[in-house]
Design a binder for this molecule. Sequence first.
Ligand SMILES: NC(=O)c1ccc[n+]([C@@H]2O[C@H](COP(=O)([O-])OP(=O)(O)OC[C@H]3O[C@@H](n4cnc5c(N)ncnc54)[C@H](O)[C@@H]3O)[C@@H](O)[C@H]2O)c1
Length: 421
Amino acid sequence: MKCDISNPSLAAGGKLRIEWANNDMPVLQEVRKRFSKEKPLKGLRMAACLHITAETANLARTLKAGGANLVLCASNPLSTQDDVAAALAKHYGIPVFAKKGEDTKTFYRHIAACLAHKPHITMDDGADLVSTILREKRYSGLWDSILGSMEETTTGVIRLRAMQKDGILKFPVIAVNDADTKHLFDNRYGTGQSTVDGIIRATDILLAGKKAVVAGYGWCGRGVANRARGMGSHVVITEVDPIRALEAAMDGFEVMPMKDAAKVGDLFVTLTGDKQVIRKEHFREMKDGAMVCNSGHFDVEIDIPALRKMSTKVKKNVRNFVDEYVISAKKSIFLLGEGRLINLTAAEGHPACVMDMSFATQALASEFCVKKKGKLAAVVHNVPAKIDAWVAKLKLKTMGIKIDTLTPAQRKYLTSWGEGT
Ligand SMILES: NC(=O)c1ccc[n+]([C@@H]2O[C@H](COP(=O)([O-])OP(=O)(O)OC[C@H]3O[C@@H](n4cnc5c(N)ncnc54)[C@H](O)[C@@H]3O)[C@@H](O)[C@H]2O)c1
């Protein structure tokens, strides 16, 4: 089996971590059980470009159980868990092309290795497979045979909608990120907790009493803001959207432009999906010792080239995943995780409990693409509401939570207009 991983001897530890994660993924387990019997993906080749984590491994096991012939590569050069990659190859027979810390050339070589598999279904976290397939002529032969592509994250969906607008999408895409069972939980609670986890593992700072500046009050940003506040930080929000800024203000956060926040922050976290959110004019205002990190998809949210230019020296790895940018004798700025997703760089990504929903939805969306073969237009589609509802109901059940149901009178009342005062 062809693979490119860092260290095959890590497989045993990786398997234990995959099994541990699996314990907290009961919805995905249920999907796997059915997929093992029904084999909805039988005879299909799949390529998935995802963060290679223990949770992703359990998704991969599910797709394989469903009959898919699957290969994996990393959706970020720093997010691969090498022990998981080794275990996938050795214990689950799934080819992986991913190494933590791979350079850009290797990253794209791994994407090419996945595409050489000639997938019928692709899965992306950031639209790298799809954009490569559409950009490079040598993959045009795949356009007609791809049944569909799943997209896991906000930035990926933004890129895919831009491709649709430019009229270059050639096959259907499912915006898994936009399912309620995905972004309302994964982006908010998953990113919220794991980003704080990554910051703490990288720096060991006490969050209580710190001024934490969170850029972006979207689903991820509000997750991080609330977790940081829960740990005693004074949280400042920066936004460009008036509605979201208003929400942040009424949720009790201080809201101000980055140029003002730069002066007061101890810790900065970007989660906007935008570029150059923290740039030269902001670094200039920052206090000595300010820590800056990103948990948005790409490493463009912090203008690292500008920071490098302003610095007299860069001391790499003053701790694991912490680089010191020396601006002057009196001022240093610390960049965490090289500006890449701090929750996956310095910690383990989202906890399994929340990825359970995201990945059950991913697996079911793939099955949906197969069932709808040839019937879906080459545009960005939403996950069917039925899938969302099934995942939510089962998740509640596995959490031991029961809810009320509408009485017939209530159902009628809620769909009519006749009754009033
Ligand atoms: N770290 C992770 O594991 C993880 C998980 C899910 C999503 N993501 C990524 O996180 C990013 C945010 O995702 P989301 O779901 O919260 O998106 P979202 O669209 O819900 O929120 C983004 C927010 O950022 C704001 N924003 C845009 N430009 C800004 C700027 N210059 N300054 C301040 N605010 C700005 C927008 O107005 C919006 O409110 C995306 O890149 C997404 O792919 C990361």
